[in-house]
Design a protein around this ligand. Sequence first.
Ligand code: F6P
Length: 546
Amino acid sequence: MSQPEAAPTAATAWEAVRALAAGPDAAAIRTRLDTDPGRSARLTRRGAGLLLDLSRTSLTEAALAALLGFARARGVAGFRDAMARGEPVNATERRAALHMALRAPPGTFRAGAEDASTEVHRTLGAMRAFTESVHAGRIAGAAGARFTDVVNIGIGGSDLGPAMATRALWRHGMPMRAHYLANVDAHAWEAVRPSLDPRTTLVLVASKTFTTQETMANAHLVRGWLVRALGEAQANAHLAALSTNLPATAAFGIAPDRVFGFRDWVGGRFSMWSAIGLSVALACGWPAFEELLGGARAMDEHFMSAPEAENLPLLLAAAEVWHVNALGYPARAVLPYDERLARLPAHLQQLEMESLGKRVTAAGAPVAMPTGPVVFGEPGTNAQHSFMQLIHQGTTPVPVDFVLVAQPDHDAADSHRKLLANALAQAEALARGRTEEEARKEMRAAGLDAAEVDRLAPHRAFPGDRPSTVILLPRLDPRSLGALVALYEHKVACLGAFWGINPFDQWGVELGKQLTGPILAALEGRDVALQPSTAATLGHIRALWR
Ligand code: F6P
């Protein structure tokens, strides 16, 4: 990406995009694919080992050029560079957003006067020593038994990224089993507990703030289980903390050498590369964790240096602006065609919606255009038997990201061929659709009578021209997973700049947290004035408690 000689204003640049989107065939995909055999090659890019194919969208080269012009006018490259310089791009919290420093070589990133990378590498060294000592049995349970299981207690960014990565990288013969406890609903703990032996269980309390209600409640619940089984003095040997809040970890009783820290310039949803990723290292092994960081670093280098027309995160963000703002599509689905990526949609839901669900600009003014779309997903092929009906025939197009893995890690080649065939068939069906005339012809060929053909034709027609993007990984290994997640992180940063919003704060989660206090007090039997509808629902609940 480079800065322009003389950038047009954002309004002029946006007008160029809008004018193209207003054209009669702006949303056409089928005809473009049918009549332009070179389209796929021209709209496919590679970076950090991944392939991005935008050919099944309605983007034309003119639209892409206009969107890149809009990116220039909005200062997307400048925002990226300010982020990399450690400037306080998270203005409302007066913080940098330096997750790239978490996977960079020593001495490469600064946060103001601070050498961010040196501290990162000190923590990585401590995480590595701890991981290897646990695996070797040098760090063991209070009674000397080797740790076989790790329980990560955390929520949001302190859960989703590591849980997603551990699941994605799972192989037979991994060093430890990992379990993730997030919900304050103790049914979650009840589900995990029977498979655990306290003598061989290591518990990580993962919380950036170490104040999150759900995490602290679960931490006390699980510590109580350890204390009952092992005794008060022994329980602490089974605990470690991943946090920025050292006073609070000490108050919880966790020894300083069992606390793995990070700084406030690591946002929760960008933190799986920090100490928050310790469960990934413990479960998958230190070499895998290092490779994960290496993949993300490769994507960082691509993001920082690839020209704008080749820059994967920028292109993915530009496609989102096209879909959300130019064509008015308010949602996007993420379908990983790999069961091991089942938690990728959940991670992206937080990464994208907590970052981009904003209605005021970074300066506090109302936004000029819609911002983050609803993001949801499920692995394919399961999604096909769930919500794909709406995506094929519903009233509003929902762009889809198909995340495909070329080479599986099993030897059931037939299953993998079927998996890939399904993914590509979905992408083709969305783009191509089926006209009523095509539906009629098919039914006539199948022997249906004319009345039945007439009756069913509208139901069996597909509008087509429904966009999708393919992201292809050579193999689901730590390196390509790191690159994939970093691709989405950088896409989010680009969209923050496109829309002029702060993608690194999350004030929208605060009000509900505050309101929990008095309602909890009422549930505990204290006399608290509540909003009438809340009081009424509590009344119904209490009636069922009797
Ligand atoms: O849901 C709000 C949030 O602050 C997320 O941004 C964060 O990932 C999560 O809570 C957990 O926070 P913590 O790591 O401080 O417990």
